[in-house]
Ligand binder design. Sequence first.
Ligand SMILES: N[C@@H](CCC(=O)N[C@@H](CS)C(=O)NCC(=O)O)C(=O)O
Length: 205
Amino acid sequence: MLTLYYAKGSSALAPHILLEEVGAEYAVHEVPITKGAHNEPAYLEINPKARVPALMTPNGVITENPAILTYIAAIHPQAHMLPDTPFERAEADALCAYLCATAHVAFAHLLRGARWADSEEAHASMKAKVVNNLRDCAKLVETHHLKGPWAMGERYTFCDPYLFLMPRWMGKVGVDVSDYPKLAEHHNAMLHRPATLAVMAVHGI
Ligand SMILES: N[C@@H](CCC(=O)N[C@@H](CS)C(=O)NCC(=O)O)C(=O)O
């Protein structure tokens, strides 16, 4: 049995959608980060990083979206969510790494500046960079990481629900996804999948 620790509207949307897509047997456990539940001792025992998502598996806990997504894909081979060749697998991993280490971190500078600096002035300066940094990320992904209609081309794979998050981050700072036609088409296609809609309903978005 798998248990996904998630917060509503967070990046846990990605593995949550993938769990639905593959028809996994799973439970969910809400960790309301707006109430600080991710900093409570009980949750820190699950994920000492104090972040969601985390996935409890029969072998232990997995953290970090790229690792959680590939694990879900790997243990549900019938759902065919991994790319077919080692090269394509590396391309999909590169997209997930970029979303995790660059795009999500660029977005985090909006509200989490205290991680990197103490002064109000520094926080304001970091916030001011978010729009342009997310524009750069969107252009890069649109040009180099999104084959269309799905990230890896004709077939939906484990990285698509993660890519779904990017227009959400962009929208929070007023960057319009329609400026990026392939990304907009991808987002729209995601919004037509029953798994996406079912999970969005659980998250109340
Ligand atoms: N690199 C991590 C990032 C996880 C992350 O930052 N999650 C956010 C929610 S989207 C969180 O838990 N934020 C709480 C905080 O920053 O205190 C991953 O991809 O899983």
